[in-house]
Design a protein around this ligand. Structure first.
Ligand code: PGA
Length: 242
């Protein structure tokens, strides 16, 4: 694992954007694994800037998002598809046909078909670079702590801690979806390169457990210790217990 400790959130975001930009410069038709949440928004801002300056293009890139809530209309402002349009896709030259995100507006009866559809797409692709945030409980994507590492895309029941953490984006905690579709841990581990970003004091304990703790499905991100090309980029606060 390579660990980079940046001065602050903006520096962290810039370093991450530089790694993504280099990937796109080296291979225009890269497959990018993308994440939502507050952590990567700064990285996306820098990437948009680089695109506007003519440094990079997304024209030939293909993307896969890590996860999506279940049971929200696609244009709901908390759906991850909405988030990605707002924070990246609407501002760059990506071909919308090359964007892959699980559908959020599926019913209980349709969800397994949607999971299979996403698995099929992932099975036929190879992610060149995957960006990850991390939950305070160590989740990556919506792979919550549990008895075993997940393999392929699956339906995740969100834990109370995750629902509480994500309720800041909703009017009421009751409005936070309780289920999501998430890429599995095995699929994340198959990405050729991974960067994990974390900022702020609230992530310091889980960052310590992820990097220096035992590899266990109770800290899903700890599995990254086994990946051969992971860069963890932190601000000073998230790194304070290392
Ligand atoms: P955050 O979420 O970036 O909003 O902190 C990260 C996550 O839960 O994976």
């Amino acid at each position: 694992m390579k660990i980079i400790i940046a001065e602050n959130y903006d520096q962290m975001s810039k370093k991450a954007a530089d790694i993504f930009a280099n990937q796109l410069k080296e291979k225009e038709d890269s497959t990018l694994g993308l994440a939502t949440g507050s952590t990567p928004t700064g990285m996306y801002k820098h990437l948009i800037e680089m695109y506007k300056n003519g440094e990079i293009s997304f024209k030939s890139a293909k993307t896969f998002n890590l996860d999506e809530y279940m049971g929200l209309p696609e244009n709901h402002e908390q759906s991850y598809s909405f988030f990605m349009n707002e924070n990246l896709f609407d501002h760059v030259d990506i071909n919308k046909e090359n964007i892959n995100i699980p559908k959020s507006n599926v019913s209980e009866t349709e969800i397994n078909t949607e999971v299979e559809r996403y698995n099929h797409l992932l099975d036929n692709s190879e992610i060149d670079i995957q960006v990850l945030g991390i939950g305070r409980n160590g989740h990556i994507g919506f792979n919550e702590p549990g008895d075993a590492f997940t393999k392929n895309a699956t339906v995740a029941e969100l834990t109370e801690d995750t629902i509480k953490a994500n309720s800041r984006f909703f009017d009421n905690i009751e409005d936070v979806p309780q289920k999501a579709i998430t890429m599995g841990i095995k699929q994340i581990m198959m990405a050729k390169k991974i960067i994990l970003l974390a900022n702020g004091k609230s992530k310091s304990e889980i960052i310590k457990a992820t990097i220096t703790g035992k590899i266990t499905p109770f800290v899903p991100a700890s599995v990254l210790q086994l990946h051969k090309d992971v860069t963890i980029i932190l601000d000073k606060e998230a790194a304070e217990l290392l």
